[in-house]
Structure formats: C-alpha cells, structure tokens
Ligand binder design. Structure first.
Ligand SMILES: [Fe+2]
Length: 298
C-alpha cells in the first residue's frame, strides 16, 4: 500500500548547517519553490522538496513522510488503522499545503517513530540543478521511487515489523542479524528490510535498538560510481566523519559509504542499488551485510 519513502522532516538547532551540508557536500539544491525562512528545504528531483529541516531544540529526525498512490488508498489505510486501534490524526489543509500534498495523516509506529502518510504529491517540475554538478539522483519516474531509504530504530522490533507489513502493506525483502564484531557468539541485532510499491530493494529498514537521533541512517542514490567518489572527496575535504568506508552491500548491491550528518545520524551515499520485480520475489535472510568494504566506525 505504501508506494515510497517520500520526504523527511529533520529538527535542527541550526538549519543553516543542513543548507551548507546538503548543497556543498551532498549536492542537493536549496528548493527554489519552497519558502526560504528559518527552515531549509532541499530538493533532488521533480518533487518540490525531499528534506525539510526545521528549527528545533535538538538535532534529530522528526518524521518520515510515506506516500500512497491516491486518496482511496489513504482512506483504506485509515480504516485499517482504526480497526487495529492505532491512533492517527489528519493534518490540516494548511499543513498539507506546506508539504505540497493533497491530504495526510500523522501517526507513530509501535517503537515511537513518527510518520506522515500522504497522497497527492505536487510535482513543481522546477529544474533540479545540483550545486555540485550531479546529473540526477535515482528517484524513479516523476520521483515515484522516493528519495531513497530510511533505517529507523525499532526497540519493539517484531511489533513494529507487523505494523509496517500488516497495516501499512509493505513487503519483506530481507532479514539480517547484524553483528558489530567477528565474534561468533555475538547474537547480533535484528534488522528487517522492507519494500514499498516501487522497484527499490528497500525503502525502509527497522533495526532492533533505541537511538536518540531517531534515525539509524538515511540513504541517497546517485547514478554513477564517480558521483559517489566525488562526494567522498567533498566529505574528506571538510573533515566530515566517515562512519563507514566504501563497500558493496550484499542484499541491495548498493556501492556506498556512510558519513555523519549535522542531524547526529549518518547518511549512506551510494549507487547501483538493485531494481526489483516484486511479482517474482521470495524474501531472503542475509548472513552478512556487505560483499566487501563497509568497515563501520562505531
Ligand atoms: Fe542503507
């Protein structure tokens, strides 16, 4: 039922830090169609914005915006939430206008991650011109594959997994017991990878932990290995902490590295993620996160 990971809202003590990080390091564009006030809106494709950074007391992820195909899908989803006793509230027309969507609801998953679920996203078609010369980000036709993916903390892992699969209709892609050490006795932590109704291998993953920043990482995907390399150079030139070296993931084959953001959580910057056909797919269990590389600094 969920079609993509559409946008995120991020709270920041200084949103201007995200403006310089987003434009100078990630190569995102300050959204020309959005208000330029205390908040910072960043654009990567036909959508008016993908990251909205709003002033806050702490640096953390505020919420993820999940897209559904149309109003009927949103109404059906609300009915399911009601029947399951999950609290939700409609955003006002003014708030929908600020997000450039027709209608949306707010709710939380069982681990407390805040969500907005919306339909009727506006495409402003304002040309995406990357300040770093990136030709484009991989977001599908008209941005229908979403900005990338988010990995969220899920202290109540099984309950949270059931919420996304049974109520929001996301599909299982892969499961992993993520170990931080080579110790075979390390039980690891559970990590579910879920897909939405688009070819991206996963739009959301749930990691069995608590996390003050409200986010394990966000991922953006570019079209070429060189764009990943150029970004890594920009990160190193600014002494931004690299939280994982370059590597290739097993399950989505993403070639990527991870860096720290001003939000207190990392961002994965990659390319070559798999495009899946869900009509012919069996969920997998992966024994290891990466084919090579991805040495995490913890
Ligand atoms: Fe990732």
């Amino acid at each position: 039922m969920i079609s993509s990971m559409g946008y995120v809202f991020i709270a920041a003590r200084d949103p201007q830090q995200w403006l310089s990080y987003g434009t100078e390091v990630l190569g995102m564009m300050q959204a020309p169609g959005m208000p330029a006030g205390d908040s910072v809106y960043l654009k990567i494709d036909e959508r008016p914005f993908r990251f909205a950074v709003v002033p806050g007391e702490e640096d953390h992820l505020l919420c993820c915006g999940l897209e559904v195909r149309d109003g009927a899908a949103l109404d059906q989803l609300c009915k399911r939430l009601e029947e399951a006793g999950v609290a939700f509230a409609w955003g006002s027309a003014a708030e929908a206008g600020e997000r450039c969507v027709r209608r949306f609801i707010r709710c939380s998953d069982p681990s407390g991650n805040r969500l907005e679920i919306y339909c009727g996203a506006t495409l402003d078609y304002l040309k995406f011109v990357s300040p770093q010369g990136i030709a484009g980000f991989e977001t599908g036709c008209n941005g229908s594959a979403g900005f990338g993916h988010a990995v969220l903390p899920a202290s109540k892992l099984e309950e949270t997994h059931a919420f996304y699969t049974e109520l929001l209709g996301m599909g299982d892609t892969d499961y992993m017991n993520f170990r931080f050490s080579e110790d075979p006795a390390d039980p690891g932590l559970g990590l579910y990878f879920l897909h939405a109704d688009n070819p991206r291998h996963h739009s959301l993953a749930l990691f069995e932990c608590e996390n003050a920043a409200g986010c394990i990482h966000l991922m953006l995907e570019v079209s070429t290995v060189d764009e990943v390399g150029y970004c890594l150079d920009r990160v190193l030139a600014r002494d931004i902490p690299v939280t994982s070296t370059l590597g290739r993931h097993t399950n989505d084959r993403m070639l990527s590295f991870y860096m720290m953001t001003p939000g207190g959580f990392p961002l994965e910057f990659g390319c070559q993620g798999l495009q899946m056909d869900w009509s012919d797919y069996t969920p997998t269990v992966s024994a290891t996160p990466s084919l090579w590389g991805h040495k995490f600094a913890l």
